[in-house]
Design a protein around this ligand. Structure first.
Ligand code: GLU
Length: 494
């Protein structure tokens, strides 16, 4: 049997990190087993669903390269089918009409109070319409009394299913209310819609967050009432905030949104790699995986039971997201194939208005060499246009702390560095080894340290306190730019 899984987001906001992880696990599971990864947009909450949110979810999936199979299913298109199923259950006596006045039913507090009271009294079957005879119920409906349709949960028994991650799950019927399938305005409710669609889409495995566990028990009851075969359920550990509380869009904002990572210069493959480790590991030291390796290694039995923690520090810009995500991104930038990195750098330079077409033409080799040099120390693609700006523009900033520490602390540098420029004018081949010999000699003559000259030169050439080996920086920027910048007084005057 071909496995068929689905990712079923509700379009009520952007793609949240937890949902993205659910999508990724479903994707990997499908690809690993040669099955299908389907996408269903659960847009039945008409008040909260927006097209903008659907678009942002699709963008997020595209960015992560989690391509789905078949057509996207929009749950709202299936509302008629959901209604039919509710009516079928009603006709078969597996559901009943609840004529409780709408005000009472729709008032959330009242509803919760009723459920709470029922729970306390250990009687979830406390609904006077539950045992109405068919004739009485039909008669009320015939005269136009509004009703909701509720599932008639048996008085005693247990739901149970074998969860692929957490093992046997059971819940006593006495803990589950007679859930509403169809509201009195004939709007099908969530659990009914999900079960109907999963059956229709021939879903074999439902892989979703552990926060759906309570729903799953209710859904199991619907499968049973329909006499339909249940899929295999696999619940995923939660991703918690650093204080081990709930990680929420409302509370934590942008840090949980997928688009934030795209916009902050993350490499999609790196973020995907980070995400997969939030709740899964192959049981080995290795942490960096290509997508093909992930597909090969992914299995439900390596999903962790313990919740994962997404570590970030809300008030510290240096740790605005999980350090591991940043580390992973830096690893990817440093080690990925240059030909895969170049288009990403191009996009970044374009958006920063630093891109020049020569980089793909007469300057191609030089451009690629530059990217290869500076990527060593970068954490995000943004660094190419910020810290790396001096490699692509004459208009770059000088780090003020570094000016003080590496330049102004040594006033002699103000004459030495232009003198060094004169000396560099005479170097025949502007190469690493030649430069090293010339600069060493110059340093000795001035009776100073190589480091003092080099740190000062780095300031003037790149605006930064740290970076790639300075001799290579000279070589990469080339004679003309190096000399011009060593002579420049801009940094001195700041
Ligand atoms: N629409 C639900 C959500 O976004 C997921 C439903 C499911 O996976 O069954 O949380």
């Amino acid at each position: 049997m071909t496995t068929r899984v689905r990712f079923a987001p509700s379009p009520t906001g952007y793609l949240h990190i937890g949902s993205a992880r659910t999508a990724l696990f479903n994707y990997l599971f499908a690809r690993h087993s040669g099955g299908k990864f389907l996408l269903r947009i659960e847009d039945t909450d008409l008040q909260r669903s927006t097209e903008e949110s659907t678009r942002s979810i699709l963008d997020g999936l595209k960015w992560l390269e989690l391509e789905h199979d078949e057509n996207i299913v929009y749950q709202s298109d299936n509302a008629d089918k959901h209604r039919e199923v509710a009516l079928k259950l009603l006709n078969e006596g597996k559901a009943y009409r609840d004529f409780t006045p709408k005000e009472e039913r729709s008032d959330k507090d009242v509803k919760e109070a009723i459920v709470e009271r029922a729970r306390e009294q250990k009687d979830m079957r406390d609904n006077s319409f539950r045992d109405l005879s068919k004739e009485e119920s039909d008669a009320k409906a015939d005269v136009g009394e509004p009703f909701a349709i509720r599932l008639k949960v048996a008085a005693s028994g247990k739901t149970n299913f074998e969860d692929a991650v957490y093992g046997l799950q059971e819940r006593d019927y006495s803990e589950i209310e007679d859930l509403v399938l169809l509201r009195s305005d004939s709007h099908p409710l969530y659990n009914l819609a999900v079960v109907c669609d999963d059956i229709e889409m021939r879903i074999t495995h439902v892989i979703r967050g552990q926060d759906h566990l309570t729903n799953t028990h209710k859904q199991v009851l619907i499968y049973e009432a329909l006499g339909a075969e249940k899929p295999i359920f696999g619940h995923l550990p939660l991703i918690l905030a650093p204080n081990r509380g709930k990680l929420s869009k409302r509370k934590h904002g942008e840090v949980v949104s997928m688009t934030t990572y795209r916009d902050h210069g993350f490499v999609a493959a790196a973020f995907r790699n980070f995400l997969v480790l939030l709740g899964w590991s192959a049981g080995e030291e290795q942490e960096i995986y290509s997508i093909d390796e992930l597909i090969e290694k992914f299995s439900l039995d390596h999903i962790h039971k313990n919740n994962a923690v997404f570590n970030f520090q809300e008030n510290d810009p240096r740790h605005w997201t999980d350090d591991k995500a940043l580390w992973m991104n830096a690893e990817y930038i440093r080690t990925m194939f240059l030909e895969d990195l170049i288009p990403l750098v191009k996009a970044e330079l374009k958006s920063a208005k630093l891109w020049r077409d020569e980089y793909e033409d007469e300057d191609k080799i030089h451009f690629e060499k530059t990217v290869d040099l500076i990527r060593e120390r970068f954490f995000t693609l943004k660094d190419f246009s910020s810290q790396g700006r001096a490699f692509f523009s004459e208009d770059f900033d000088f780090d003020p702390t570094a000016i003080a520490k590496n330049l102004k602390k040594f006033p002699d540098l103000q004459t030495w560095l232009p003198e060094l420029a004169d000396r560099l004018e005479t170097v025949e081949d502007f190469t690493h080894d030649n430069l090293e010999a010339v600069i060493k000699k110059f340093t000795e003559e001035r009776q100073t340290k190589f480091g003092v000259i080099m740190n000062g030169a780095r300031m003037l050439l790149t605006g930064q306190a740290v970076g790639a080996s300075m001799l290579t920086v000279f070589e990469t920027l080339g004679r003309e730019k190096s000399i011009l910048r060593l002579r420049s007084q801009i940094a001195w005057n700041q």
